[in-house]
Design a protein around this ligand. Structure first.
Ligand code: CA
Length: 227
């Protein structure tokens, strides 16, 4: 999962980016409406959190433009205003949900989970069963063994890789897609880094105990094989 936060208040932005990363979401920040629009249009994001009042370009205009350009990514609209007219304007412009400032971190995370769930084939929930293991993406944890008594902790990138694979069922995910989503639009284009991470993961995840392995699909990418 990769999130884009378009928010001009630097302190708030830093706090929220930190919050997202602690909850194992990859997250990028944009600080004005122009930058927000540009980053959003790369198409690598699963969810955009967009502030209403922004320099360069208003949040409503960003929203209208990305929808006009056919970007379907869900948008959570942040607004300090709370009149009914403002909410309607945001929803009419193409927002999927809105949140009124100030909000609690817990409420923000709940909205993020709800929007992600709506747009994901596998429940973007706390638990995904893979083979004989249980994957908890938001905790970066893979449980395995009798009664799931053992577990291994995954890093942010490893969690992202396993999440992409698990959500694609038995179909392969390309290295380029992984690079774009997990290293962001400013990646250097070298898929070698993805190969390095997958080889770490293969050592870390005991295939015989977890009941699955990450296999290479030649000239496509990687996929999960249930054992
Ligand atoms: Ca603002």
């Amino acid at each position: 999962m990769r999130l884009l936060l378009v928010e001009d208040e630097v302190n708030l932005s830093e706090t929220l980016i930190h919050l997202f990363k602690r909850n194992k979401y990859e997250a990028d920040a944009a600080y004005d409406g122009k930058e927000g629009e540009q980053k959003a249009m790369t198409g690598v994001y699963d969810l955009i959190i967009l502030d209403r009042m922004l320099p360069e370009q208003d949040g409503i205009d960003v929203l209208k433009k990305i929808r006009k350009n056919n970007l379907k990514t869900p948008v959570l609209f942040l607004t300090a205003k709370h009149t009914i007219a403002d909410k309607i304007e945001g929803l009419d412009a193409g927002a999927d949900d809105y949140l009124i400032k100030p909000f609690s971190n817990e409420e923000l995370l709940a909205r993020v989970r709800a929007l992600a769930r709506r747009n994901s084939e596998v429940v973007e929930n706390e638990e995904i069963v893979i083979g004989r293991s249980k994957f908890l993406p938001r905790k970066g944890e893979l449980k395995f063994g009798p009664g799931y008594g053992d577990s291994v902790n995954l890093t942010l990138k490893e969690t992202g890789i396993l999440e992409m694979l698990a959500k694609n069922n038995n179909l392969a995910v390309t290295k380029t897609d992984m690079l774009q989503k997990l290293w962001g639009p400013e990646n250097d284009g070298d898929v070698n880094i993805v190969e390095v991470f997958v080889s770490y993961m293969r050592k870390k995840i005991k295939a015989d105990l977890c009941g699955f392995s990450i296999v290479t699909q030649r000239s496509v990418g990687y996929k999960i094989k249930i054992l």
